[in-house]
Design a protein around this ligand. Structure first.
Ligand code: TYM
Length: 324
């Protein structure tokens, strides 16, 4: 039997090339060898206020993005989190075995909510919902970017704690964090990750940016002092741009180095812009491939498949806890 993978993205903001290179690209590559579940995590989205109409729209847009990136609905299960009630139900159970201290240590919470008594409780328990997503499916592997590593560790801790205290109900999931691309940085500030919520729009290349916009953003990207174009973490701006080049062209590090040896930043940026535009072109053309009906069918079928697995896990958990 194939091993299972689970991953997801939030339908908030616009997806950027960091999401693509850190996550989606690997989702597509892994779906041949694994039984894959890719979720649109709209319950995570409401940890911050969302306009209902826009959330509905962005949820479907994100499904289109999964498909356009190459997630194949014949092989992989694509579904919306809120269509499978077990995600919310298991979250309650896992909340009851989570500790305040371990959730307070989550860096994402520290960045977004800590010390702010007006912050939503959902922001605090967000990683528990993420653990439920993963654990419901007896997931072997979770392909994510570096920023989700700590959440993955919490998922493993909760699974181990439950298994120890109530009997084995969950598989312990492993993270899959790519060597290159796990943390694509902002083009304007390479000390920060590229982020959907960054106010400086020039920091991110969005997946639906047109060729002109992409070229302008890359031309404006900050660089480091010096002139060499190398993979070197002490020169984070060029390191980041070269990593993007490597991933959009599927070249090896050595090929990239050889190509830009002795060349200047201007020429490098020109070639990077061209390669990024070419990389996104077929993806952007495919985003319009699915009409609303086709999309609804895929999401309905996906939710049914997901529900049957999630329900079996939840029922085992309830039985083990004496909730019958
Ligand atoms: P989200 O929506 O913020 O991001 C989706 C995926 O993109 C990765 N990512 C990046 N990778 C490289 N460089 C970047 N700058 C960058 N920014 C984002 C993220 O690591 C992620 O893999 N909590 C998750 C969604 C989630 C989830 C799950 C993921 C909910 N339940 C269960 C895996 C399994 C999130 O907010 O991702």
């Amino acid at each position: 039997m194939k091993k299972r993978i689970f991953s997801g993205a939030q339908p908030t903001g616009e997806l950027h090339i960091g999401n693509y290179l850190g996550a989606l690209k690997n989702w597509v590559a892994l779906q041949d060898d694994y039984e894959a579940f890719y979720c649109i995590v709209n319950l995570h989205a409401i940890t911050l206020p969302q306009d209902p109409n826009s959330l509905r729209e962005k949820t479907l847009d994100l499904a289109r993005i999964y498909l356009a990136a190459g997630v194949d609905p014949q092989r992989s299960t694509i579904f919306i989190q809120s269509d499978v009630a077990e995600h919310a139900e298991l979250t309650w159970v896992l909340s009851c075995i989570s500790r305040m201290g371990e959730l307070e240590r989550m860096t994402q919470f520290k960045d977004k909510g800590k010390g702010n008594s007006g912050a939503g409780v959902g922001l605090f328990t967000y990683p528990v919902l993420m653990a439920s997503d993963i654990l419901l499916y007896q997931t072997d592997l979770v392909p994510v970017g570096q920023d989700q590593k700590q959440h993955l560790e919490l998922s493993r801790d909760l699974a181990e704690r439950f298994n120890r205290d109530y009997g084995v109900a969950f598989k312990i999931p492993e993270p899959y964090i790519p060597k290159a691309g796990a943390s694509i940085k902002s083009l304007q500030d390479p000390a920060k990750k590229m982020s959907k919520s960054d106010e400086n729009l020039n920091g991110s290349i969005f997946l639906l940016d047109d060729a002109d916009t992409i070229t302008k953003k890359i031309k404006r990207a900050v660089t480091d002092s010096g002139t060499e174009i190398t993979f070197d973490e002490s020169r984070p701006a060029i390191n980041n741009l070269l990593t993007i080049y490597q991933l959009v062209t599927d070249k090896t590090q050595d090929e990239c180095l050889a190509q830009f040896e002795g060349k200047g930043y201007g020429q490098f940026k020109g070639e990077l812009a061209e390669a990024t535009v070419e990389f996104l072109r077929p993806f952007q053309a495919r985003v319009k491939d699915y009409d609303d009906d086709a999309l609804s069918r895929i999401l309905r079928t996906g939710a049914e498949k997901a529900r049957s697995i999630a329900a079996a896990t939840l029922s085992d958990v309830y039985a083990k806890m004496g909730l019958r």
